[in-house]
Design a protein around this ligand. Structure first.
Ligand SMILES: Nc1ncnc2c1ncn2[C@@H]1O[C@H](COP(=O)(O)OP(=O)(O)OP(=O)(O)O)[C@@H](O)[C@H]1O
Ligand SMILES: [Mg+2]
Length: 334
């Protein structure tokens, strides 16, 4: 099923790529002054557990590191994605290095990299001693659904999400790779200014938790719908899906076992996710709702931030994000 999805994604080609990149750049972010060293330290034990004994992890934490102005939860996801890629590149073991440093990108650097603004950044680099990336693939690795992994192993969304998140945070990503030597991905995150809020505590890394409740997935894009349904089923949930608000309402009318409505915000056919949710709650007052969206031009996301009390998962999302968001929505007060 996943292979099929990737196949059809490839057919839809450039248009889909543009569409998804736009998604990736329009996530709802909650940027705060963040201590990246502390975030790395918090994730460290989980990384060691996840990556396995055959991978040696070294953390080189820059002294006097500036604070970065980023969404700490998204940065955690980005770091995790980079570490998983590094692990996959070293099936026979190797060394993973996480490094932080202050970095001033000057005008000369910015001139060589047209999308970089000169200034002060917090650099977070993840290096591995793995198989490396072929030169002809280097241009493509940030594209959504580009993967060289076996079906079921990779969706090709990891780096697309990392890229989208960093670009939207006004940062910069660079990648270096040599076949047989390894790969380094560097994230340049904008330095938090003195006026930015004080450093925020980084949330504890949570494991991927599933459940057995029934979830109704409403999404008009077949590709995204299949992705979400597959992931939710693999997390143990019972899943029903609908491709429009209208058919979702018909389902809610006839079943009383649905614990959560997981709906896209923007759908064709006149019924937005919010209208659907309101109608659904009139039928089932206790129903939990989780929105998902790639767009900012909708009733839920304003200026990249969320209205209080509304739960939204930004597209594209990875399994861990989905798992966390679904669990949080299910345990929220209705
Ligand atoms: N550290 C790395 N070493 C070697 N190749 C890499 C590395 N990171 C990424 N790649 C290449 O880039 C591709 C795209 O990476 P990306 O993280 O976007 O997707 P994926 O890892 O294949 O799937 P997903 O992250 O969605 O599970 C990978 O399939 C791999 O070919
Ligand atoms: Mg990946």
């Amino acid at each position: 099923m996943l292979a099929e999805m990737i196949g059809s994604a490839a057919q839809r080609g450039a248009q889909l790529t543009r569409q998804l990149l736009a998604f990736a750049r329009k996530q709802a972010l909650d940027p705060r002054a963040t201590d990246v060293n502390q975030l790395v330290a918090t994730l460290d034990p989980m990384l060691r557990r996840t990556l396995g004994e055959h991978i040696e992890i070294e953390a080189i934490r820059g002294a006097g590191l500036w604070q970065a102005m980023v969404d700490p939860g998204q940065l955690e996801n980005a770091l995790l994605n980079l570490c998983l890629n590094a692990r996959d590149a070293m099936p026979g073991g190797g060394r993973l290095t996480i490094e932080t440093a202050n970095a001033s990108l000057d005008r000369a650097y910015a001139e060589q990299h047209p999308d970089v603004a000169p200034g002060q950044y917090v650099m977070l680099a993840v290096s591995d001693t793995g198989h490396g990336i072929a030169a002809e693939h280097l241009e493509q690795v940030f594209q959504p659904f580009f993967t060289t992994k076996d079906k079921g192993k990779g969706t090709g969304l990891g780096l697309a999400m990392v890229y989208g998140f960093v670009k939207q945070s006004a940062g910069h990503v660079s990648i270096y790779s040599e076949i047989g030597q390894g790969t380094t991905v560097k994230l340049y995150l904008p330095r938090a200014t003195a006026g930015d809020a004080r450093a925020t505590e980084t949330g504890e890394a949570t494991a991927t938790v599933g459940g057995s409740e029934t979830v109704l997935v409403v999404e008009d894009d077949e590709l995204v719908r299949r992705y979400a349904c597959n992931e939710l089923r693999s997390l143990g949930y019972r899943v029903i899906d609908a491709d429009s608000g209208k058919s979702a309402l018909a389902i809610i009318e006839t079943r009383d076992d649905i614990a959560l409505l997981f709906t896209d915000v923007v759908m064709p056919g006149g019924m937005t996710g919010r209208v659907l949710a309101d109608a659904a709650r009139r039928l089932r007052p206790g129903l939990r709702v989780l929105y998902t969206s790639g767009y900012t031009e909708n009733a839920i996301v304003h200026h990249g931030r969320l209205d209080a009390g509304v739960m939204l998962l930004a597209k594209p999302y990875l399994r861990a994000d989905l798992a966390r968001a679904i669990r949080a929505a299910l345990s929220a007060r209705p």
